[in-house]
Ligand binder design. Structure first.
Ligand SMILES: NC(=O)c1ccc[n+]([C@@H]2O[C@H](COP(=O)([O-])OP(=O)(O)OC[C@H]3O[C@@H](n4cnc5c(N)ncnc54)[C@H](O)[C@@H]3O)[C@@H](O)[C@H]2O)c1
Length: 272
């Protein structure tokens, strides 16, 4: 038995998930594809020889057992609303999009709909979650990237920050995870995932460093609470298929889909 997946967003992460499913070790199959650009859904379907409907979100949510959003932050609200309406669990990749709809998270919880969020390109969230049981009073994340990795961010454009001739590391942003989401929307999934695991988007502090000497994207979490102090550093290689994204981010999406599918199948078999 397989969990039937409805995928919303048919780009790089969608393809990474299809590659993982092709290996046959995850009890799931893609049965529906939705994309604002239907031609991308058609390409994904052809490439991976999927037996999937290309359809709108409502039809997708109605025919799948589980929804995977791997589109964009502005798709998140609609996907979570559809998941609640159809009483289907979901995996949200564009984690920053959840910050704008806290009331939907409450409604999902009240309706017994599980919203899964991958840990992304970060390690240490297990410790953050555990530490929250006794309370945390400080959580920060410092993200260090080569300047190219930050190019085009709204915050840099608005503040006319030019990183092209940088010779030394430069702190380009310090603020809350919520502010970071608006300032660097393409670099925030880690900050959003950290804030959901811990003390929330307004209390979690984010520092972004453009480092001309950096060859990797790295993230350092520091947290303090009743449990003591935690420091977790992740040094990420790029994804083999998409140089702009960290490999661990894709792998965390695959791991989360695997966990969801195994739980679904066990539940249907009456073991859970
Ligand atoms: N949480 C994480 O660790 C993590 C890791 C990687 C990517 N992401 C996020 O996942 C999302 C997808 O990433 P990607 O690299 O696959 O991007 P991508 O640009 O390669 O693909 C996105 C696809 O979604 C489609 N799309 C865009 N807006 C849509 C909408 N409103 N409704 C339906 N389809 C829409 C696009 O046409 C495109 O085909 C992004 O938001 C990205 O930030 C999260």
């Amino acid at each position: 038995m397989k969990m039937r997946v409805g995928m919303i967003g048919c780009g790089n992460i969608g393809a990474d998930l299809c590659i993982a499913l092709q290996r046959g070790t995850i009890p799931a199959e893609v049965v529906a594809l939705t994309d604002i650009d239907a031609s991308r859904a058609a390409v994904l379907s052809r490439t991976f020889r999927l037996n999937a409907k290309i359809c709108g979100l409502d039809e997708n949510a109605a025919c799948a057992d589980f929804l995977v959003e791997c589109a964009a932050t502005d798709a998140v609200k609609g996907v979570v609303e559809a998941a609640i309406r159809e009483h289907k669990d979901c995996l949200i990749l564009s984690v920053g999009g959840l910050m704008d709809c806290p009331e939907l998270l409450d409604r999902a919880r009240e309706n017994g709909v599980q919203i899964r969020v991958p840990s992304g390109a970060l390690c240490g969230l297990d410790g953050i979650r555990a530490a929250m049981e006794a309370g945390l009073h400080m959580v920060t994340i410092t993200t260090r990237k080569p300047p190219k990795g930050l190019e085009g961010a709204p915050y840099l454009v608005e503040n006319k920050i030019d990183l092209t001739n940088l010779t030394e590391p430069m702190v380009v942003f310090e603020g809350s995870a919520r502010e970071a989401c608006k300032a660097f929307p393409k670099n925030v999934n880690v900050a959003a995932a950290l804030s959901f695991a811990g003390i929330g988007p307004d209390q979690t502090q984010v520092r972004i460093i453009a480092d001309p000497n950096a060859t990797l994207n790295s993230h350092e979490i520091v947290a303090e609470g009743a449990f003591g102090k935690l420091r977790a550093v992740t040094e990420n290689l790029p994804s083999p298929r998409n140089a702009k994204s960290s490999y661990l981010a894709s792998l965390s999406a695959v791991a989360e889909l695997r966990a969801a599918a195994e739980a679904f199948v066990a539940h249907r078999a009456g073991k859970a």
